[in-house]
Write a protein that binds this ligand. Structure first.
Ligand SMILES: NC(=O)c1ccc[n+]([C@@H]2O[C@H](COP(=O)([O-])OP(=O)(O)OC[C@H]3O[C@@H](n4cnc5c(N)ncnc54)[C@H](O)[C@@H]3O)[C@@H](O)[C@H]2O)c1
Length: 384
């Protein structure tokens, strides 16, 4: 079994190291910052102890997993790895330097992967002499719990690198999807309207946060409402992802960030972690939703057709297969159904009609329907 190295022992790196060790690999977990590796080690010990308490693993397994991880501040220890996964700070210059250094320490057949959420794999790979060995392997937080992993070949990635990377992650019992090296990959692109359109509905005064959240949960079947979820993710993080995707798509108005969320971030109303976001977590009483089902259904329909439009457009542009687009949203962000399957269920002509109505009413490019939806309606086709 190959040795796996993880660079960066933060939130994601520590979780990825845990998965690799649990799956029997010798693991090298490296971090260059003072204290980071010690913190990662003590956090991981606590997590494994909890798993023993909950009887998910035995004490013996706990010891075996920990025994497989070499917590180190010496990057030279990555030598001998078959796979290196980088999970350091989201900064292209720093990632490129680290990739170049890793390449000088490993054999030619070692795959070097990045867990980046927003940088292009092509730009990271360009720092290597053998860019064909570089691929994106994008885990979701918390990595040990979230089943989805997006595998992202860049223009330089070889077929062999892609297949080997996918086969390793499949063996870790993750659900892998293959996605083109484009901004936001699948999940962070297709999910944008879940936040953006919900905020828009609020900004127009159609409903308040609590009502929109209630509608998306109770009528839409989503596990969390958009405002609840933004408070959970953190308005700083969620806003930055939106802004990054918007910029990366050359300011396509579909991904336009909102002032409402920007002001939340500027005010320090980051969500749960700061005690206040869209909701105030210091008070017991949660605001009451207006549980009018007709209004709720309108809200759900509006956000849902925008999500379906995004999923259809990702398929139209061959970002991934229809199966992988649907899997990504159900396994990466717990959507109750795949968006394309959902479109079939409510009728693609209904989706198109609602989008056209929105586009006519607002005159905004944000609501332009994907050409694929138009084509499918014309040809009377369904996704499945
Ligand atoms: N947090 C998430 O939800 C999430 C989800 C998917 C992907 N990602 C991506 O994973 C990567 C890491 O994110 P995170 O949330 O774990 O960050 P983090 O800040 O928790 O951890 C980053 C770690 O990298 C270390 N580090 C920084 N520069 C380094 C260097 N030059 N060499 C070695 N170690 C270095 C830091 O000390 C820190 O321990 C980013 O690329 C991010 O976009 C994050």
């Amino acid at each position: 079994m190959i040795k796996v190295s993880v660079i960066g022992a933060g939130t994601m790196g520590a979780g990825i190291a845990q998965i690799a060790a649990t799956n029997g690999h010798e693991v090298c977990l490296f971090d260059s910052f003072d204290g980071a590796i010690e913190t990662a080690e003590s956090k991981l010990k606590k997590i494994l102890d909890r798993l023993v308490e909950k009887e998910r693993i035995t004490q013996k397994e706990n010891e075996i997993i920990l025994g497989k991880i070499n917590f180190t501040k010496d990057i030279k220890e990555v030598s001998g790895s078959g796979l290196v996964i980088e999970a350091i700070i989201e900064n292209l210059d720093i990632k490129q330097k680290v990739f170049s250094e890793i390449e000088s320490l490993v054999e030619d057949n070692c795959i070097i992967a990045s867990n980046t959420s927003s940088l292009s794999i092509a730009s990271i790979a360009s720092a290597c002499n053998k860019p064909d060995r570089v691929v994106g392997i994008h885990f979701f937080n918390p990595a040990p719990l979230m089943p989805l992993v997006e595998i992202i070949p860049s223009v330089q990635t070889s077929e062999k690198t892609l297949n080997s990377a996918k086969s390793i992650i499949d063996k870790w019992r993750k659900v892998t999807v293959i996605v083109k090296d484009t901004p936001g990959f699948i999940v962070n692109r297709v999910a944008r309207p879940f936040y953006g359109e919900a905020i828009r509905v609020y900004e127009e005064g159609i409903a308040d946060f609590a009502t929109i959240d209630w509608a998306m949960r109770e009528i839409g079947g989503f596990r969390m409402g958009p405002f609840q979820l933004m408070d959970y993710i953190g308005n700083d993080i969620n806003y930055t992802v939106t802004e990054t995707v918007f910029t990366a798509f050359y300011f396509d108005s579909r991904y336009k960030p909102s002032f409402t969320q920007k002001r939340m971030m500027e005010a320090g109303y980051l969500g749960r972690k700061s005690g206040r976001g869209y909701y105030d977590y210091s008070i017991e009483n949660t605001p009451k939703a207006n549980e009018n089902r007709e209004l709720g259904q309108q809200i759900v329909n509006r956000i849902l057709v925008m999500l379906i439009n995004e999923a259809a457009d990702a398929l139209f542009l061959n970002i991934a297969t229809k199966e992988d687009i649907d899997l990504a949203m159900t396994k990466g962000v717990n959507y109750p159904k795949g968006l394309l399957a959902w479109a079939d269920e409510i009728g693609i002509s209904n989706v198109l009609k609602q989008l056209e109505e929105l586009q006519n009413e607002y005159g905004e490019d944000r609501y332009r329907p994907s050409p694929l939806l138009k084509r499918m309606v014309k040809e009377n086709r369904t996704f499945y």
